[in-house]
Design a protein around this ligand. Structure first.
Ligand code: PGA
Length: 251
């Protein structure tokens, strides 16, 4: 059956020194514990190799927050999926709403990134989610369907089986507003049905669907108590061990 996952998304926070301290702190806090979920931290590119070297990667997986939509070559400033994989990171967050909104990442670009990530052995954590106007207009189901279909539904069954989905309503990211557990359950069920209708029920049942958007120690238990909420993608609350650990321990 599908895995429960708690993944931190540090975004553009922490210097290398601060990031290492945070990663080591979490590593230490998890010593001797067996969390009932997979734990992942999504660090800036510059921290990946050092963080991988500093922690027990059997306990904490490491993710990049992006990768290039090109394999290699004359793309100044870009970081390829192969480069990410070469650091020992095993995951890559793709399609985050901040990348879609601020860096104009289109469904086509994201589709290419997913393919390159998979080709390099990385597990994509693929983010989807509607903006407030779309939710208010009742379009959120259509929006997430379109995001999944346009970037993921050309994948083979085998490749799709490797994807982790993160549903993150844009209106809940960094705002302190969380979707209610019922709202999360409703749309996660819908996402799972969409996957089942394209692939098959067992693939949908095995796909981890995380919730993201102001998840914290206070609301995590209720959210993950819902049968289709398989964990979380955590921004703000992943930036300290004190805030992140209780989320990991919510299972
Ligand atoms: P937040 O961010 O937890 O700070 O709302 C979540 C995310 O953007 O992944």
């Amino acid at each position: 059956m599908r895995k429960n996952i708690i993944a931190g998304n540090w975004k553009m926070n922490t210097t290398l020194c601060e990031g290492l301290e945070l990663a080591k702190g979490l590593n230490e806090a998890l010593q001797g514990k067996t969390p009932k979920c997979d734990v992942i931290i999504g660090t800036p590119f510059t921290h990946l190799a050092s963080v991988v070297a500093a922690i027990d990667t059997n306990k904490i997986g490491v993710a990049a927050q992006n990768c290039a939509d090109k394999e290699k070559g004359a793309y100044t400033g870009e970081v390829s999926a192969a480069m990410v994989a070469s650091t020992g990171a095993k995951y890559v967050i793709l399609g985050h709403s901040e990348r879609r909104a601020y860096y104009h990442e289109t469904p086509e670009i994201l589709k290419t990134k997913v393919i390159l990530a998979l080709a390099n052995g990385l597990t994509p954590i693929f983010c989807i989610g509607e903006v407030l106007e779309e939710r208010e207009a009742g379009k959120h189901f259509d929006v997430v369907d379109e995001q999944i279909k346009s970037s993921l539904f050309d994948l083979s069954r085998e490749d799709f089986s490797k994807i982790v989905i993160a549903y993150e309503p844009v209106w809940a990211i960094g705002t302190g507003k969380t979707a209610s557990a019922d709202q999360a359950q409703e749309i996660h069920t819908h996402i799972r049905q969409t996957i089942a209708s394209k692939y098959e029920q067992s693939i949908a049942d095995n796909c981890s669907i995380l919730y993201g958007g102001s998840m914290n120690a206070g609301n995590v238990k209720e959210l993950v108590s819902k049968p289709d909420v398989d964990g979380g993608l955590i921004g703000g609350a992943s930036l300290s061990v004190e805030n992140f650990l209780p989320i990991v321990e919510a299972f």
